[in-house]
Design a protein around this ligand. Structure first.
Ligand code: ADP
Ligand code: MG
Length: 234
């Protein structure tokens, strides 16, 4: 079967202070539909950069990125935005909620880009907030919600477009262990019941072990680790 997402020979550098910082040098990976993947690695190794590439928020300098078999280097930025809006749900590390909008309006926002009416968008947004247990807080702005509640709003927003792939950047990094368990439970349930592919950046060994595959980002490469691999001592 065609992979949902595949990277081949990908190079990515950032120009910083007059010189190039090479984050990826001929990196490769391939993820099938429905797989549950962890991305681990030291701080600054390129985990967020990798997630941005996989989420079509950034493009490789060199190499190929195939999304559902389509080489994204042949697409325009409008086509990539459309793919993002229709197929991807991105959960950012620090939520990225808009402070002036309520929880409901934050979750509904991606649907406006799809041309839904306000009433239809709000109805679907409400259903997602219900699903993450936050319907009673729908009129609250982010400043009056806890970290765990903001994370659940961010998850509801990632889910509202019924994505095939969810990319989450340390989704439990700021949460206590009970809330971490709730978030993980929700992501695994989506995978089980709706076949949503999961790619989760995490520092949490326990979380990584509950997914099927574990990719390690280091020294410009992405390598897959066996399941019993010890993140702390590997
Ligand atoms: P991680 O998520 O693994 O901590 P990142 O992908 O955020 O790592 O960053 C990888 C490297 O690229 C780091 O050295 C970081 O400072 C650098 N970097 C990330 N984004 C940018 C940017 N927009 N401009 C310049 N350098 C960046
Ligand atoms: Mg990061």
């Amino acid at each position: 079967m065609k992979p949902l997402i595949a990277m081949e020979g990908v190079c990515k550098s950032y120009a910083s202070a007059g010189w190039d910082l090479d984050v990826f040098d001929e990196a490769a990976l391939s993820i099938q539909h429905g797989e549950r993947c962890a991305i681990v690695g030291p701080s600054g190794a390129g985990k967020s950069t990798l997630l941005h590439l996989l989420g079509l928020l950034d493009t490789p300098d060199k190499g190929r990125l195939l999304f559902n078999g389509c080489d994204i280097s042949t697409t325009t930025s409008d086509q990539r935005a459309q793919l993002r809006n229709q197929c991807l749900g991105f959960i950012f590390q620090n939520f990225h909620l808009l402070p002036r909008l309520t929880a409901l309006e934050n979750v509904a926002l991606p649907l406006f880009y799809r041309g839904l009416s306000r009433a239809a968008a709000h109805q679907r947004a409400y259903e997602q907030l219900e699903r993450v247990g936050l319907d009673e807080r729908m009129l609250h702005r982010p400043a009056s919600l806890s970290g765990g509640q903001c994370q659940r709003v961010a998850i509801a927003r990632a889910l509202v477009g019924a994505p095939a792939l969810i990319l989450a950047d340390e989704p439990t990094g700021n949460l206590d262990s009970a809330t971490t368990e709730d978030v993980l439970h929700l992501l695994l349930q989506l995978n089980r019941e709706e076949g949503v592919t999961l790619v989760v950046v995490t520092h949490d060994t326990g979380l990584a072990q509950r997914l099927d595959r574990c990719f390690h980002v280091q020294n410009g490469k992405v390598t897959e680790k066996p399941h019993h691999w010890d993140m702390a001592h590997g």
